[in-house]
Design a protein around this ligand. Structure first.
Ligand code: C5P
Length: 205
């Protein structure tokens, strides 16, 4: 059983995907980490994420980079959303994601284009969303919890800019697959969102 979980930044899709993986005993891949690894690699080599060649070169990043705490930073998220618009970067990361999805027992993948590009055959597809304000509040609380000093309006501006970039790009833009079900988590806490997600997967399976 493949479960595809897509949605914008800080929508709760990562938390939901992890919980679904635990619930069904399936492996989970946070595909945003792959783009973040490319983004941070470009920055660390003094390159420009907007430059397609710099970004393409960074696609051969070392596996250990996926565990780097720096990947969670806003800078990595911003760089990820820029490098992810290059078709060559998406192509370089495609096979790895498809292979993960094709594991014999199934898998849960979360990202922006799982239901549309990576695993259109997925049995259950969720499109998780929430208002930009709610998502910015969650991201803000998370960053404060990490001991970082951040400004809410700045975080909200970043979320809006990321939504715009992810939705407007021509290569695999963020959009709800036609056969995906929408889960708006704006008014839900984690437990309620996870319960709703499990109910939707059960209905789809
Ligand atoms: O989900 P996360 O915030 O970690 O993703 C970082 C960025 O990577 C996103 O803003 C998006 O531009 C890109 N991404 C993507 N396709 C995916 C996952 C992430 O383009 N499947």
């Amino acid at each position: 059983m493949i479960i595809a979980v897509d949605g914008p930044a800080a929508s709760g899709k990562g938390t939901i995907a992890k919980a679904l993986a635990r619930h069904y005993g399936l492996p989970h891949l946070d595909t945003g980490l792959l783009y973040r690894a490319v983004g941070i690699s470009v920055l660390r080599h003094g390159g420009d994420p907007a430059n397609a060649l710099d970004a393409q070169r960074a696609c051969g990043f070392e596996e250990v980079l996926l565990a780097d705490p720096g990947l969670k930073s806003e800078a990595a998220g911003r760089a990820a959303s820029i490098v992810s618009a290059h078709p060559a970067v998406r192509a370089a990361l495609l096979e790895r994601q498809r292979a993960f999805a094709a594991q014999p027992g199934g898998a849960v993948l979360d990202g922006r284009d799982i239901g549309t590009v990576i695993a259109p055959e997925a049995r259950a597809k969720l499109f998780v969303t929430a208002t930009p304000e709610v998502r910015a509040r969650r991201r803000y609380d998370e960053l404060i919890g990490l001991g970082l000093s951040v400004d809410y309006d700045h975080v909200l501006g970043d979320i809006r800019a990321r939504d715009e970039r992810d939705s407007a790009r021509s290569a695999a833009p963020l959009r709800q697959a036609e056969d995906a079900v929408l889960l708006d988590t704006s008014a839900l806490d984690v437990a309620a969102a996870v319960a709703a997600a499990i109910a939707l997967v059960e209905a789809a399976a």
